[in-house]
Design a protein around this ligand. Structure first.
Ligand code: NAD
Length: 263
């Protein structure tokens, strides 16, 4: 396998200071991409930059709150003027936000979650498109199994709506941008380093065919525990690279089949 699958490419990773974004930034840089970490947490992003550079990669940090469109636009322009191009956009920054019953969910709290998760994704793509158009590229959006398949419990109304909106937006973007050879896909992680508990009541017959319907809290059927950010990073690398050149407009679940049992 070519160990520098993204040599010469430039990538931005929003929410690159932590978790899925951090692991993905390190993975992309390890394959030769120059990576810009766009995050509101500059201190943590600098640590990721340090890790990438320590491993021989190239990275930069741009302070960016994705709820502020002008910061996204300026950040992307900064990257392009520094490295001359843009090829990969990982729109990943997100929050769970306030979780409350519908009737007590504050309108401002609803707006905040939608603004970061959904409008932030739209604005990231909007300002990246002019720079992707000349040579094509790959956009990857971090949605969630909560965005489509799963009822995870009361209180997720704003989060789940934002995550479902990202999938709808991804489909529109994939169709609209295909003419420019810009691919757009969404990933839907299950529990990654979090505790998503599930209670099920298997019949003896189910146990006989070894469907693991009882699994530890936060764990997917495939695994003893929750998924790891590095496992998501491998998917992000695949979607960012030419190995996925015929994949666009798709939602990829990465949840160890967790959503099949919950949904
Ligand atoms: P995380 O908290 O470890 O990382 C999120 C990063 O986004 C942080 O670095 C944070 O500073 C940044 N961020 C948050 N709001 C921001 C803003 N307004 N502007 C710029 N940066 C901002 O969490 P994570 O689990 O790695 O989350 C990444 C994405 O994965 C999110 O979109 C989340 O919804 C999604 N996701 C996570 C899980 C999970 O179980 N961890 C499951 C499904 C989907």
């Amino acid at each position: 396998m070519d160990e520098q699958r993204l040599r010469g490419k430039v990538a931005i990773v929003t929410g690159g200071a932590s978790g899925i974004g951090r692991a993905s930034a390190i993975r992309l840089a390890g394959q030769g991409a120059k990576v810009c970490l766009m995050d509101r947490s500059v201190q943590e992003a600098e640590k990721v930059r340090g890790a990438i550079e320590h491993a021989g990669g190239e990275a930069t940090v741009v302070e960016c709150d994705v709820s502020r469109p002008e910061m996204i636009r300026e950040g992307i322009e900064q990257v392009v003027s520094r490295w001359g191009r843009l090829d990969v956009v990982f729109a990943n920054a997100g929050v769970n936000g306030t979780m409350a019953p519908i009737e007590t969910m504050d309108i401002r709290d609803w707006d905040e979650t939608l603004t970061i998760n959904l409008r932030g994704t739209f604005a990231t793509v909007k300002y990246a498109v002019p720079h992707l158009k000349p040579q094509g590229g790959s956009i990857i959006i971090t949605s969630s199994i909560n965005g489509s398949r799963v009822f995870s419990g009361f209180g997720f109304c704003a989060y789940s709506t934002s995550k479902a909106g990202q999938v709808a937006f991804m489909k529109m973007a994939a169709l609209e941008l295909a003419q420019f050879k810009i691919r757009v896909n969404a990933i839907c992680p299950g529990g990654i380093k979090t505790n998503i508990g599930t209670n099920t009541h298997p019949t003896p017959e189910l146990e006989e065919i070894r469907i693991p319907v009882e699994f530890p809290e936060g764990a997917a059927p495939l695994a003893e525990g929750p998924g790891m950010p590095e496992q998501v990073a491998d998917l992000v690398l695949f979607l960012a690279s030419k190995e996925s050149s015929h994949i666009t407009g798709t939602t990829v679940y990465i949840d160890g089949a967790e959503s099949l049992l919950q949904g």
